[in-house]
Design a protein around this ligand. Structure first.
Ligand code: MG
Ligand code: MG
Length: 257
């Protein structure tokens, strides 16, 4: 878990750099380049680049694009909602995290609400994990935030286990289902990643075969962290403080693995 924590810190740094690069007038390729420089400087490897042929170290998804947007020549405009998803590998161990932000001035209060409440959904899910018996508790906590905020979790897209591969069992749902979810156990590392849409939770995939867009064209946000569950508690691997500052409001103190 210590090596995963190092991979996680590199992802945190890469996302900070990518977020700083996501300014009005920059291209989504500029955002990706900023993340790439951090990953290379840290002597880490990208787990996105080449993943089923994916051509970049990050996904940059704009407005109605929810996830899996391919960085390129698209120029970021004032008020765009930008979701950046990035990962890295250190000594075979993976990290995976995502943030959303608004470039320039927010178009309206709804966009600000969307980005902020998706972030709240992430931390509510992480907080639930700290005391969860089963992953149903995480899914329920995330869904409750979406419902209270009048947003919809993207249907059919979920978080995942992470470790020696980016995507491992179990799935980590963002909404309740009838099927009982796996028990939470020490030694699990999970990527919790709520994707909330302002409209319905339905989506389609663009002709590039990657970019997931909301079916009704409404805007979306995506936040993600990789979290370790161990005997002493939880630790957010992709946050520099292990999640301490965000989890304090839930009365949870993360413990380094
Ligand atoms: Mg991710
Ligand atoms: Mg992920």
């Amino acid at each position: 878990m210590r090596v995963m924590a190092r991979a996680g810190r590199i992802v945190a740094d890469a996302l900070e750099a990518a977020s700083a690069a996501a300014v009005v007038g920059a291209t989504t390729a500029d955002v990706d380049a900023a993340a790439r420089r951090v990953i290379e400087a840290a002597d880490a490897t990208s787990n996105f680049l080449g993943y089923h042929g994916f051509p970049a170290v990050s996904c940059v998804s704009v407005n109605e694009e929810v996830v899996h947007g391919i960085p390129g020549s698209r120029v970021i405009e004032d008020g765009d909602v930008i979701s950046i998803d990035c990962g890295a590998i250190v000594d075979g161990w993976h990290g995976d995290s995502a943030v959303s932000l608004i470039a320039g001035k927010a178009r309206d209060a709804q966009d600000t609400h969307l980005v902020e409440q998706t972030r709240v959904g992430l931390w509510a899910g992480i907080a639930a994990l700290a005391t969860a018996d089963r992953l149903d508790d995480v899914a329920g906590a995330i869904e409750d935030v979406a419902q209270a905020a009048q947003l919809h979790p993207l249907e059919g897209y979920v978080g995942h286990g992470i470790g020696t591969a980016m995507h491992q069992a179990p799935d980590v749902l963002n909404y309740r289902t009838r099927a009982r979810q796996p028990k939470v156990k020490a030694g699990m590392c999970l990527a919790i990643e709520p994707m909330f849409v302002a409209g319905t939770g339905e989506s389609t995939v663009l002709d590039d075969e990657w970019t997931v867009v909301s079916a009704d064209g409404s805007r979306a946000a995506h936040w993600e962290h990789s979290i370790a569950v161990h005997d002493e508690g939880i630790w957010v691997l992709t946050a520099h403080d292990g999640g301490a500052s965000e989890l304090a409001r839930y009365g949870i103190a993360p413990v380094a693995p």
